[in-house]
Write a protein that binds this ligand. Sequence first.
Ligand code: BMA
Length: 314
Amino acid sequence: MVRLKSGRDLFHRWEGNPVLALEDMPFRCNTVFNGTPVKIGNEYLLLLRVEGQQGYSFFALARSRDGYHFEVHPEPVMLPAHDRPWNDYECAGIEDPRAACIDGTYYVLYTAVSGRGYRIALAQTADFLAFERLGYISEPGNKDGVLFPERVNGLYVRLDRPFGRGIGSIWISYSKDLLHWGNSRVLLAPRPGYWDEFRVGASAPPIRTDAGWLEIYHGTKMTSSGPIYRTGAALLDLEDPARVLARCDVPLLSPRTDYERIGDVGNVVFACGAVVEPDTSVKLYYGAADTSVCVATARLQDIVDCTLNGSKPG
Ligand code: BMA
């Protein structure tokens, strides 16, 4: 049994954090952060964002038997594409993967970066070692794409974060084939005066609970020394996920430790996915200060209760 330290946040950081940092990487790079987890059988896989020394990002894979101790595959598993038409839109890197399993198939949404801006890209994988690119599913000016893990009323559903006029909100869209999306509308907007008053974006693919789809998202508040990235949660109607049922007033995880406050980008906790265990505990994997990968845990019911009550966790 792994002992967890209690903090002031609902999520409890693992005392062995960070899970992965530069010294754990088997190849040269600048940083490793923002990994998306899947659990296949008893094995945990983390698809990691790695920033190379050149400055652009790509993906690596780490494996674990307990969700805490990971070993990184010796080579990167996905690099920005070299060939047309893909290289036109990701020549400056691929970032922030989010994996979802829908009807037995693993899909990864990621941010494709080029001089033309940020686009959301869709890829498919069987083993997280080889990836088939399926398409770009947004115009430039969009990121933080996550897929719901199942169709709702026969349609695929996704959340994303178009930039709008720079004050980003989380939007919801629908699709029959994962490639063509529509009926897009605003779902969660920044809240003036709150910890998420500047920008919000989806973090983890939504988790089905009895109380609704639980969306663990990130929000930022701007300060005189830059934004602070925190983690919050909202509940969406199971049948009509465009309907927000509840939203937690307070963040569930905030940068507090040295490894979250100090790094290439300080004051950042940025999750790209969570694993719900059979005992309904949740392992949230997050990038800390854009410099390492960490894990924090909470009970699913506590996250739901906190979101429903909308107030400070006990
Ligand atoms: C966001 C994304 C994340 C990053 C965060 C903090 O816009 O680029 O990859 O972790 O900023 O720098």
